[in-house]
Design a protein around this ligand. Structure first.
Ligand code: AMP
Length: 113
């Protein structure tokens, strides 16, 4: 755990967030600044700075993707959705704790900016 990381603090319950789903290892919260009618962040409870800090074989990836699938189901994204990871400064990452954005509920444009 990281004392000052905002997502660690949310995971610990120190900062409020609207939880969509929670398992022992993963939480899904609504983004405070939604970019689509459904905008949920899926993140590990333990601190991981970004994609490159989580080995490909780590079971956490399965847990994150499983939670994404469950979010899609409970949010009723029957027409599709987008999963995004913003990584590093060029990628536009603003919170250095790995999280998958799940966006849906409208037709999404491509390419992103
Ligand atoms: P990123 O820019 O990819 O690192 O995404 C960080 C996301 O976290 C942004 O979409 C923010 O709107 C969102 N965010 C920041 N603080 C909070 C918070 N306290 N609760 C929920 N979402 C947040």
């Amino acid at each position: 755990m990281n004392e000052t990381c905002i997502f660690c603090r949310i995971a610990r319950g120190e900062i409020p967030a609207e939880r969509v789903l929670e398992t022992d290892n993963v939480i899904a919260i609504r983004d405070v600044n939604p970019q689509a009618p459904v905008h949920v962040l899926v993140l590990p409870k333990t601190h991981v700075a970004g994609m490159l800090e989580l080995p490909a074989e780590d079971v956490t990836w399965n847990r994150l993707i499983g939670t994404v699938q469950e979010v899609v189901r409970v949010e009723g994204l029957v027409n599709g959705f987008r999963v995004v990871v913003n990584q590093g400064s060029d990628g536009g990452q603003t919170v250095p704790h790995l999280h998958l954005h799940v966006l849906g509920g409208r037709t999404l444009q491509w390419p992103p900016g």
